[in-house]
Design a protein around this ligand. Structure first.
Ligand code: ZN
Length: 90
């Protein structure tokens, strides 16, 4: 199966892939912050929940606008997620 990450749009077949844009949460006309996924490492803590954030990297088709996004460092996210599950299962 083709993907934007592989250089071909799975929807329209275009090879015009945009990979240097950023996903952003727009708070007002000026300020924007990168969209990220968040894992709270200490969910039971009242303060200092120690969230870890991983940025999302978008790939956009320049032909039809289809968008795929990938979490940066998925191996690190998976490792933290596994650790968190082990800690909360006890
Ligand atoms: Zn497309």
């Amino acid at each position: 199966m083709s993907s934007l990450k592989d250089g071909e749009c799975p929807k329209c077949g275009s090879s015009k892939i945009i990979d240097n844009a950023q996903l952003a949460d727009k708070h007002d006309n000026i300020h924007a912050s990168d969209t990220a996924v968040r894992l709270v490492t200490r969910p039971n803590a009242i303060f200092f929940k120690d969230p870890i954030e991983f940025r999302l990297q978008p790939y956009i088709c320049g032909g039809c606008g289809y968008l795929e996004s990938y979490v940066e460092k998925p191996d690190r996210l998976a490792a933290h997620s596994r650790k968190l599950k082990e800690a909360t299962d006890q």
